[in-house]
Ligand binder design. Structure first.
Ligand SMILES: Nc1ncnc2c1ncn2[C@@H]1O[C@H](COP(=O)(O)OP(=O)(O)OP(=O)(O)O)[C@@H](O)[C@H]1O
Ligand SMILES: [Mg+2]
Length: 449
Protein backbone atom coordinates (compact mmCIF):
# COMPACT_ATOMS: atom_id res chain seq x y z
CA UNK A 1 0.00 0.00 0.00
CA UNK A 2 1.56 3.34 -1.01
CA UNK A 3 2.50 5.85 1.68
CA UNK A 4 0.66 9.14 1.68
CA UNK A 5 3.62 11.29 2.69
CA UNK A 6 6.89 10.76 0.79
CA UNK A 7 9.50 8.68 2.56
CA UNK A 8 12.89 10.30 2.06
CA UNK A 9 16.28 8.82 1.53
CA UNK A 10 19.48 10.88 1.33
CA UNK A 11 22.25 9.94 -1.10
CA UNK A 12 25.36 11.94 -0.30
CA UNK A 13 28.26 11.27 -2.63
CA UNK A 14 30.68 13.28 -4.74
CA UNK A 15 30.32 10.71 -7.53
CA UNK A 16 27.60 11.93 -9.88
CA UNK A 17 27.02 8.60 -11.67
CA UNK A 18 26.76 6.68 -8.46
CA UNK A 19 24.22 9.15 -7.07
CA UNK A 20 21.96 8.87 -10.07
CA UNK A 21 22.12 5.04 -10.28
CA UNK A 22 21.36 4.69 -6.59
CA UNK A 23 18.70 7.42 -6.81
CA UNK A 24 16.82 5.53 -9.55
CA UNK A 25 16.95 2.33 -7.55
CA UNK A 26 15.60 4.04 -4.43
CA UNK A 27 12.78 5.66 -6.40
CA UNK A 28 11.81 2.23 -7.77
CA UNK A 29 11.57 0.86 -4.24
CA UNK A 30 9.33 3.76 -3.24
CA UNK A 31 11.66 6.26 -1.60
CA UNK A 32 11.97 9.90 -2.61
CA UNK A 33 15.69 10.44 -2.92
CA UNK A 34 17.53 13.64 -2.07
CA UNK A 35 20.98 13.91 -3.60
CA UNK A 36 23.76 15.89 -1.94
CA UNK A 37 27.13 16.44 -3.61
CA UNK A 38 28.85 18.51 -0.93
CA UNK A 39 29.01 18.56 2.83
CA UNK A 40 27.23 21.93 2.83
CA UNK A 41 24.33 20.53 0.80
CA UNK A 42 24.11 17.55 3.11
CA UNK A 43 23.93 19.74 6.23
CA UNK A 44 21.29 22.00 4.66
CA UNK A 45 19.23 18.99 3.64
CA UNK A 46 19.45 17.49 7.11
CA UNK A 47 18.20 20.72 8.62
CA UNK A 48 15.00 20.72 6.61
CA UNK A 49 14.11 17.14 5.73
CA UNK A 50 11.31 15.35 7.57
CA UNK A 51 10.23 11.72 7.28
CA UNK A 52 13.80 10.65 6.54
CA UNK A 53 14.27 6.88 6.79
CA UNK A 54 17.57 6.01 5.15
CA UNK A 55 20.86 7.72 4.32
CA UNK A 56 23.72 6.61 2.08
CA UNK A 57 26.72 8.67 3.11
CA UNK A 58 29.92 8.32 1.14
CA UNK A 59 33.14 8.63 3.12
CA UNK A 60 34.56 10.67 0.22
CA UNK A 61 32.07 13.32 1.06
CA UNK A 62 31.81 13.22 4.82
CA UNK A 63 35.42 12.14 5.53
CA UNK A 64 36.47 10.28 8.65
CA UNK A 65 36.74 13.35 10.85
CA UNK A 66 33.18 14.30 10.10
CA UNK A 67 31.70 11.11 11.49
CA UNK A 68 30.31 13.28 14.29
CA UNK A 69 27.69 14.20 11.75
CA UNK A 70 26.12 10.79 12.41
CA UNK A 71 24.94 12.17 15.74
CA UNK A 72 22.85 14.82 13.94
CA UNK A 73 19.34 14.73 15.51
CA UNK A 74 17.77 13.99 12.12
CA UNK A 75 19.95 10.89 11.74
CA UNK A 76 19.46 9.41 15.20
CA UNK A 77 16.71 6.94 14.34
CA UNK A 78 17.53 6.61 10.66
CA UNK A 79 19.37 3.63 9.19
CA UNK A 80 22.67 4.86 7.75
CA UNK A 81 24.88 3.10 5.21
CA UNK A 82 28.41 4.45 4.98
CA UNK A 83 29.85 3.90 1.53
CA UNK A 84 33.54 3.61 0.85
CA UNK A 85 35.67 2.91 -2.18
CA UNK A 86 37.44 -0.01 -0.51
CA UNK A 87 37.04 -2.52 2.26
CA UNK A 88 38.56 -0.79 5.29
CA UNK A 89 37.79 -2.55 8.61
CA UNK A 90 39.13 0.33 10.71
CA UNK A 91 36.96 2.91 8.95
CA UNK A 92 34.05 0.47 9.12
CA UNK A 93 34.31 -0.06 12.86
CA UNK A 94 34.73 3.69 13.49
CA UNK A 95 31.57 4.36 11.47
CA UNK A 96 29.55 1.64 13.19
CA UNK A 97 30.68 2.98 16.57
CA UNK A 98 29.35 6.40 15.67
CA UNK A 99 25.93 4.95 14.88
CA UNK A 100 26.08 3.81 11.24
CA UNK A 101 24.04 0.68 10.57
CA UNK A 102 25.93 -0.59 7.51
CA UNK A 103 29.32 -0.16 5.86
CA UNK A 104 29.20 -0.91 2.13
CA UNK A 105 32.09 -1.04 -0.38
CA UNK A 106 31.87 0.24 -3.93
CA UNK A 107 30.75 -1.07 -6.33
CA UNK A 108 27.56 -1.58 -4.36
CA UNK A 109 25.82 -4.92 -4.58
CA UNK A 110 22.56 -3.51 -5.99
CA UNK A 111 20.70 -6.78 -5.55
CA UNK A 112 21.47 -6.83 -1.83
CA UNK A 113 20.61 -3.14 -1.43
CA UNK A 114 17.28 -3.71 -3.22
CA UNK A 115 16.36 -6.58 -0.89
CA UNK A 116 17.38 -4.65 2.19
CA UNK A 117 15.58 -1.44 1.30
CA UNK A 118 12.46 -3.24 0.04
CA UNK A 119 12.26 -4.96 3.43
CA UNK A 120 12.58 -1.63 5.18
CA UNK A 121 9.90 -0.08 2.94
CA UNK A 122 7.54 -3.00 3.67
CA UNK A 123 8.13 -2.57 7.39
CA UNK A 124 7.48 1.19 7.18
CA UNK A 125 4.27 0.67 5.21
CA UNK A 126 3.05 -1.91 7.70
CA UNK A 127 3.88 0.42 10.59
CA UNK A 128 2.10 3.34 8.96
CA UNK A 129 -0.95 1.23 8.25
CA UNK A 130 -1.01 -0.08 11.76
CA UNK A 131 -0.69 3.38 13.27
CA UNK A 132 -3.51 4.63 11.10
CA UNK A 133 -5.70 1.70 12.11
CA UNK A 134 -4.87 2.00 15.77
CA UNK A 135 -5.17 5.73 15.98
CA UNK A 136 -5.63 6.25 19.71
CA UNK A 137 -5.11 2.67 20.64
CA UNK A 138 -1.85 2.19 22.50
CA UNK A 139 -1.16 -1.51 21.91
CA UNK A 140 2.50 -2.35 21.48
CA UNK A 141 4.51 -4.76 19.39
CA UNK A 142 6.87 -7.15 21.05
CA UNK A 143 10.23 -8.24 19.71
CA UNK A 144 11.83 -10.96 21.80
CA UNK A 145 11.32 -9.69 25.33
CA UNK A 146 11.22 -6.03 24.36
CA UNK A 147 7.97 -4.17 23.89
CA UNK A 148 7.58 -1.02 21.84
CA UNK A 149 6.36 0.23 18.47
CA UNK A 150 8.23 3.53 18.21
CA UNK A 151 10.67 4.28 15.42
CA UNK A 152 13.56 4.19 17.88
CA UNK A 153 12.58 0.67 19.01
CA UNK A 154 12.06 -0.55 15.44
CA UNK A 155 15.56 0.57 14.61
CA UNK A 156 16.84 -1.33 17.63
CA UNK A 157 14.91 -4.47 16.59
CA UNK A 158 16.42 -4.33 13.10
CA UNK A 159 19.93 -4.07 14.50
CA UNK A 160 19.36 -6.82 17.07
CA UNK A 161 18.03 -9.11 14.33
CA UNK A 162 21.23 -8.60 12.37
CA UNK A 163 23.65 -8.91 15.24
CA UNK A 164 21.90 -11.90 16.85
CA UNK A 165 22.74 -14.03 13.84
CA UNK A 166 26.46 -13.46 14.36
CA UNK A 167 28.81 -14.35 17.19
CA UNK A 168 30.07 -10.77 17.55
CA UNK A 169 30.50 -9.28 21.02
CA UNK A 170 27.90 -6.66 21.74
CA UNK A 171 28.12 -3.66 24.04
CA UNK A 172 24.74 -2.33 25.14
CA UNK A 173 24.96 1.33 26.07
CA UNK A 174 22.04 3.08 27.69
CA UNK A 175 20.68 4.87 30.71
CA UNK A 176 19.58 2.89 33.72
CA UNK A 177 16.27 1.08 33.24
CA UNK A 178 16.21 1.29 29.41
CA UNK A 179 16.06 -2.51 29.06
CA UNK A 180 19.71 -3.48 28.48
CA UNK A 181 19.28 -6.82 30.20
CA UNK A 182 16.09 -7.58 28.25
CA UNK A 183 17.92 -6.69 25.03
CA UNK A 184 20.79 -9.03 25.97
CA UNK A 185 18.33 -11.87 26.62
CA UNK A 186 16.59 -11.13 23.33
CA UNK A 187 19.87 -11.31 21.40
CA UNK A 188 20.59 -14.65 23.07
CA UNK A 189 17.11 -16.02 22.33
CA UNK A 190 17.42 -15.09 18.68
CA UNK A 191 20.90 -16.53 18.25
CA UNK A 192 22.00 -20.06 17.48
CA UNK A 193 23.12 -20.35 21.09
CA UNK A 194 19.52 -20.09 22.36
CA UNK A 195 19.36 -23.69 23.59
CA UNK A 196 22.43 -23.18 25.75
CA UNK A 197 22.63 -21.09 28.94
CA UNK A 198 22.33 -17.34 29.24
CA UNK A 199 24.33 -16.36 32.30
CA UNK A 200 24.28 -12.84 33.71
CA UNK A 201 26.99 -11.46 35.95
CA UNK A 202 26.82 -8.01 37.47
CA UNK A 203 30.41 -6.79 37.68
CA UNK A 204 29.42 -4.00 40.07
CA UNK A 205 27.62 -6.19 42.58
CA UNK A 206 30.50 -8.58 43.33
CA UNK A 207 33.28 -7.62 45.78
CA UNK A 208 36.42 -6.90 43.69
CA UNK A 209 38.42 -9.66 45.39
CA UNK A 210 35.87 -12.27 44.29
CA UNK A 211 35.32 -11.17 40.68
CA UNK A 212 37.96 -13.49 39.24
CA UNK A 213 36.77 -16.54 41.07
CA UNK A 214 33.18 -15.74 40.03
CA UNK A 215 34.23 -15.39 36.39
CA UNK A 216 36.69 -18.25 36.06
CA UNK A 217 35.81 -20.47 39.05
CA UNK A 218 38.36 -21.78 41.52
CA UNK A 219 39.94 -25.01 42.66
CA UNK A 220 39.38 -26.27 46.17
CA UNK A 221 41.83 -24.67 48.62
CA UNK A 222 43.04 -22.01 46.17
CA UNK A 223 42.48 -19.26 48.75
CA UNK A 224 41.19 -19.11 52.29
CA UNK A 225 37.46 -19.70 52.14
CA UNK A 226 37.67 -21.80 48.96
CA UNK A 227 36.61 -24.98 50.71
CA UNK A 228 35.25 -26.56 47.56
CA UNK A 229 35.76 -26.32 43.83
CA UNK A 230 33.60 -23.69 42.12
CA UNK A 231 32.55 -23.48 38.48
CA UNK A 232 32.73 -19.89 37.31
CA UNK A 233 30.38 -17.98 35.03
CA UNK A 234 32.52 -18.71 31.96
CA UNK A 235 32.05 -22.45 32.40
CA UNK A 236 28.39 -22.14 33.35
CA UNK A 237 27.75 -20.25 30.12
CA UNK A 238 29.56 -22.83 27.93
CA UNK A 239 28.06 -22.87 24.44
CA UNK A 240 25.80 -19.97 25.38
CA UNK A 241 26.00 -16.28 26.23
CA UNK A 242 27.72 -14.53 29.10
CA UNK A 243 26.13 -11.19 29.95
CA UNK A 244 28.45 -8.84 31.81
CA UNK A 245 26.46 -6.04 33.31
CA UNK A 246 28.18 -2.80 34.39
CA UNK A 247 31.40 -3.74 32.60
CA UNK A 248 33.00 -0.42 33.63
CA UNK A 249 32.94 -1.65 37.22
CA UNK A 250 35.10 -4.69 36.59
CA UNK A 251 38.43 -4.19 38.44
CA UNK A 252 41.24 -3.13 36.07
CA UNK A 253 43.45 -6.16 36.67
CA UNK A 254 40.51 -8.50 36.02
CA UNK A 255 39.88 -6.62 32.77
CA UNK A 256 43.39 -7.62 31.60
CA UNK A 257 42.73 -11.29 32.38
CA UNK A 258 39.30 -11.15 30.87
CA UNK A 259 40.65 -9.70 27.63
CA UNK A 260 43.23 -12.47 27.46
CA UNK A 261 40.49 -15.10 27.75
CA UNK A 262 38.53 -13.48 24.95
CA UNK A 263 41.61 -13.53 22.73
CA UNK A 264 42.97 -17.01 23.57
CA UNK A 265 39.53 -18.56 24.07
CA UNK A 266 40.68 -20.44 27.14
CA UNK A 267 41.19 -19.70 30.83
CA UNK A 268 42.33 -21.20 34.12
CA UNK A 269 40.30 -21.53 37.28
CA UNK A 270 41.82 -19.58 40.17
CA UNK A 271 44.46 -21.91 41.62
CA UNK A 272 44.08 -24.26 38.64
CA UNK A 273 46.84 -25.66 36.48
CA UNK A 274 45.13 -26.59 33.29
CA UNK A 275 43.51 -24.47 30.63
CA UNK A 276 39.78 -24.82 30.11
CA UNK A 277 38.44 -24.03 26.63
CA UNK A 278 35.85 -21.26 26.51
CA UNK A 279 33.07 -21.04 23.98
CA UNK A 280 30.87 -18.16 25.02
CA UNK A 281 29.41 -15.17 23.33
CA UNK A 282 29.95 -11.97 25.28
CA UNK A 283 27.32 -9.30 25.67
CA UNK A 284 28.30 -6.46 27.98
CA UNK A 285 26.34 -3.48 29.22
CA UNK A 286 27.13 -0.08 30.61
CA UNK A 287 25.12 2.96 31.56
CA UNK A 288 28.08 5.29 31.30
CA UNK A 289 29.49 6.69 28.12
CA UNK A 290 32.24 4.10 27.42
CA UNK A 291 34.65 6.67 26.00
CA UNK A 292 34.26 8.70 29.16
CA UNK A 293 34.86 5.56 31.25
CA UNK A 294 38.08 4.96 29.28
CA UNK A 295 39.08 8.56 29.86
CA UNK A 296 38.47 8.20 33.60
CA UNK A 297 40.63 5.07 33.70
CA UNK A 298 37.72 2.77 34.56
CA UNK A 299 37.59 0.81 31.33
CA UNK A 300 40.58 -0.45 29.35
CA UNK A 301 40.63 0.78 25.80
CA UNK A 302 41.75 -2.57 24.38
CA UNK A 303 38.94 -4.37 26.20
CA UNK A 304 36.45 -1.80 24.95
CA UNK A 305 37.51 -2.39 21.34
CA UNK A 306 37.23 -6.14 21.85
CA UNK A 307 33.76 -6.12 23.43
CA UNK A 308 32.32 -3.27 21.39
CA UNK A 309 32.54 -5.10 18.09
CA UNK A 310 28.93 -4.11 17.93
CA UNK A 311 27.84 -1.19 20.12
CA UNK A 312 24.07 -0.90 20.53
CA UNK A 313 22.47 2.24 21.94
CA UNK A 314 19.29 1.74 23.94
CA UNK A 315 16.95 4.71 23.41
CA UNK A 316 15.87 6.51 26.60
CA UNK A 317 12.15 6.16 27.32
CA UNK A 318 11.51 9.90 26.78
CA UNK A 319 12.51 9.44 23.10
CA UNK A 320 10.02 6.62 22.45
CA UNK A 321 6.93 8.72 21.71
CA UNK A 322 3.67 6.88 22.14
CA UNK A 323 5.46 3.80 23.56
CA UNK A 324 5.43 5.63 26.90
CA UNK A 325 1.65 5.45 27.17
CA UNK A 326 1.72 2.02 25.50
CA UNK A 327 4.04 0.66 28.18
CA UNK A 328 2.01 2.32 30.94
CA UNK A 329 -1.07 0.55 29.57
CA UNK A 330 0.84 -2.71 29.26
CA UNK A 331 1.98 -2.65 32.90
CA UNK A 332 -1.55 -1.71 33.98
CA UNK A 333 -2.93 -4.68 31.99
CA UNK A 334 -0.49 -6.94 33.80
CA UNK A 335 -1.58 -5.69 37.23
CA UNK A 336 -5.25 -5.96 36.21
CA UNK A 337 -4.77 -9.50 35.02
CA UNK A 338 -2.88 -10.55 38.13
CA UNK A 339 -5.52 -9.14 40.46
CA UNK A 340 -8.68 -9.71 38.41
CA UNK A 341 -9.42 -5.95 38.19
CA UNK A 342 -10.31 -3.63 35.32
CA UNK A 343 -8.72 -0.31 36.23
CA UNK A 344 -7.98 2.09 33.41
CA UNK A 345 -6.02 5.24 32.54
CA UNK A 346 -7.68 8.64 32.25
CA UNK A 347 -6.68 10.92 29.37
CA UNK A 348 -5.08 13.42 31.74
CA UNK A 349 -3.00 10.66 33.34
CA UNK A 350 -1.82 9.58 29.86
CA UNK A 351 -0.84 13.19 29.14
CA UNK A 352 1.22 13.45 32.34
CA UNK A 353 2.92 10.15 31.63
CA UNK A 354 3.86 11.17 28.12
CA UNK A 355 5.20 14.58 29.17
CA UNK A 356 7.39 13.45 32.06
CA UNK A 357 11.11 12.94 31.36
CA UNK A 358 11.53 9.47 32.96
CA UNK A 359 15.12 9.61 34.24
CA UNK A 360 14.73 6.04 35.57
CA UNK A 361 13.25 4.96 32.20
CA UNK A 362 11.08 1.84 31.92
CA UNK A 363 11.95 0.65 35.42
CA UNK A 364 10.69 3.93 36.88
CA UNK A 365 7.53 3.80 34.75
CA UNK A 366 6.80 0.27 35.91
CA UNK A 367 7.23 1.12 39.57
CA UNK A 368 5.20 4.32 39.25
CA UNK A 369 2.40 2.41 37.52
CA UNK A 370 2.30 -0.09 40.33
CA UNK A 371 2.02 2.69 42.89
CA UNK A 372 -0.76 4.44 40.93
CA UNK A 373 -2.55 1.11 40.42
CA UNK A 374 -2.61 0.52 44.18
CA UNK A 375 -3.82 4.05 44.94
CA UNK A 376 -6.56 4.25 42.29
CA UNK A 377 -10.00 2.73 42.69
CA UNK A 378 -11.07 2.42 39.06
CA UNK A 379 -9.37 5.18 37.11
CA UNK A 380 -5.70 6.13 37.31
CA UNK A 381 -5.93 9.91 37.25
CA UNK A 382 -3.83 13.05 37.82
CA UNK A 383 -3.91 12.70 41.61
CA UNK A 384 -2.22 9.30 41.32
CA UNK A 385 0.73 10.77 39.49
CA UNK A 386 3.21 12.08 42.08
CA UNK A 387 3.27 15.90 42.23
CA UNK A 388 7.01 16.21 42.31
CA UNK A 389 7.19 14.33 39.01
CA UNK A 390 5.13 17.05 37.37
CA UNK A 391 7.55 19.76 38.48
CA UNK A 392 10.57 17.61 38.06
CA UNK A 393 12.26 19.47 35.25
CA UNK A 394 11.98 22.83 37.01
CA UNK A 395 13.49 21.46 40.19
CA UNK A 396 16.12 19.04 39.11
CA UNK A 397 18.43 19.89 42.00
CA UNK A 398 15.70 19.28 44.56
CA UNK A 399 13.42 16.48 45.49
CA UNK A 400 10.03 17.38 46.87
CA UNK A 401 8.41 14.59 48.79
CA UNK A 402 4.79 15.05 49.81
CA UNK A 403 4.05 14.76 53.53
CA UNK A 404 2.42 11.39 54.04
CA UNK A 405 4.76 9.53 51.66
CA UNK A 406 6.14 6.28 52.94
CA UNK A 407 9.83 6.18 53.81
CA UNK A 408 10.30 3.57 51.12
CA UNK A 409 8.70 5.79 48.49
CA UNK A 410 10.83 8.78 49.48
CA UNK A 411 13.95 6.65 49.36
CA UNK A 412 13.08 5.31 45.92
CA UNK A 413 12.58 8.82 44.57
CA UNK A 414 15.83 10.05 46.06
CA UNK A 415 17.66 7.13 44.46
CA UNK A 416 16.23 7.84 41.00
CA UNK A 417 16.89 11.58 41.21
CA UNK A 418 20.48 11.03 42.36
CA UNK A 419 21.01 8.41 39.64
CA UNK A 420 19.77 10.87 37.06
CA UNK A 421 21.95 13.70 38.38
CA UNK A 422 24.96 11.34 38.18
CA UNK A 423 24.13 10.45 34.55
CA UNK A 424 23.33 6.88 35.52
CA UNK A 425 26.71 6.34 37.19
CA UNK A 426 25.80 3.88 39.95
CA UNK A 427 29.14 4.07 41.74
CA UNK A 428 28.83 7.86 42.03
CA UNK A 429 25.18 7.54 43.08
CA UNK A 430 26.03 5.04 45.80
CA UNK A 431 28.85 7.32 47.04
CA UNK A 432 26.56 10.33 47.15
CA UNK A 433 23.84 8.43 48.96
CA UNK A 434 26.39 7.04 51.39
CA UNK A 435 25.55 3.37 50.71
CA UNK A 436 27.57 0.55 49.20
CA UNK A 437 27.22 -0.21 45.54
CA UNK A 438 25.80 -3.58 46.47
CA UNK A 439 23.07 -1.96 48.58
CA UNK A 440 22.17 0.30 45.68
CA UNK A 441 21.88 -2.68 43.34
CA UNK A 442 19.75 -4.56 45.86
CA UNK A 443 17.41 -1.61 46.15
CA UNK A 444 17.11 -1.13 42.37
CA UNK A 445 16.42 -4.84 41.95
CA UNK A 446 13.81 -4.83 44.71
CA UNK A 447 11.80 -2.20 42.78
CA UNK A 448 11.23 -4.79 40.10
CA UNK A 449 9.88 -7.49 42.38
N1 LIG B 1 10.99 -2.43 26.13
C1 LIG B 1 10.57 -2.96 27.30
N2 LIG B 1 9.42 -3.63 27.36
C2 LIG B 1 8.96 -4.14 28.52
N3 LIG B 1 9.59 -4.04 29.70
C3 LIG B 1 10.74 -3.39 29.71
C4 LIG B 1 11.31 -2.82 28.50
N4 LIG B 1 12.47 -2.25 28.82
C5 LIG B 1 12.65 -2.45 30.13
N5 LIG B 1 11.62 -3.13 30.69
C6 LIG B 1 11.45 -3.48 32.11
O1 LIG B 1 12.07 -2.44 32.85
C7 LIG B 1 12.87 -2.96 33.91
C8 LIG B 1 14.33 -2.57 33.69
O2 LIG B 1 14.85 -3.27 32.55
P1 LIG B 1 16.37 -3.80 32.51
O3 LIG B 1 16.75 -4.40 33.83
O4 LIG B 1 16.55 -4.64 31.30
O5 LIG B 1 17.11 -2.37 32.34
P2 LIG B 1 18.68 -2.04 32.38
O6 LIG B 1 18.93 -1.10 31.26
O7 LIG B 1 19.45 -3.31 32.41
O8 LIG B 1 18.80 -1.27 33.76
P3 LIG B 1 20.12 -1.03 34.67
O9 LIG B 1 21.04 -0.11 33.92
O10 LIG B 1 19.62 -0.35 35.89
O11 LIG B 1 20.72 -2.37 34.94
C9 LIG B 1 12.62 -4.46 33.90
O12 LIG B 1 11.56 -4.73 34.78
C10 LIG B 1 12.21 -4.76 32.48
O13 LIG B 1 11.39 -5.89 32.42
MG1 LIG C 1 20.74 -4.09 33.92
Amino acid sequence: MPQEAPVYCIIADTDHQHCSALGSLMEEIGFTSLTCRTMGELKDTLNIVTNLEFAFLSLDLIEDDNLDLLKHPRLIDVDIAIIHTEDDPIAASAAIKQGATYFFCKPLNFEFVTDLLSDLMRELNALEEKQRAEHNNCSLDQFGLLRGSSKAMYKLYRTIRKVAATDASVLLIGESGTGKELAAQTIHQQSERCDNPFIAMNCGAIPPELVESELFGHEKGSFSGADKKRIGYFEQAAGGTLFLDEIGEMPMDTQVKFLRVLECRNFRRVGGERNVASDVRIIAATNRDPLEAIHQGLLRKDLYFRIAQFPLHMPPLRDRGRDIVGLAQYFLNEFNEKNGTQKHLSDSYKKLVSEYSWPGNVRELKSLMERAYILANETLDTEHFPNEHMDFEDNEDYLRVPVGSSLEDAEKKLIFVTLDASDGDKKKTADQLGVSLKTLYNKLNSYEE
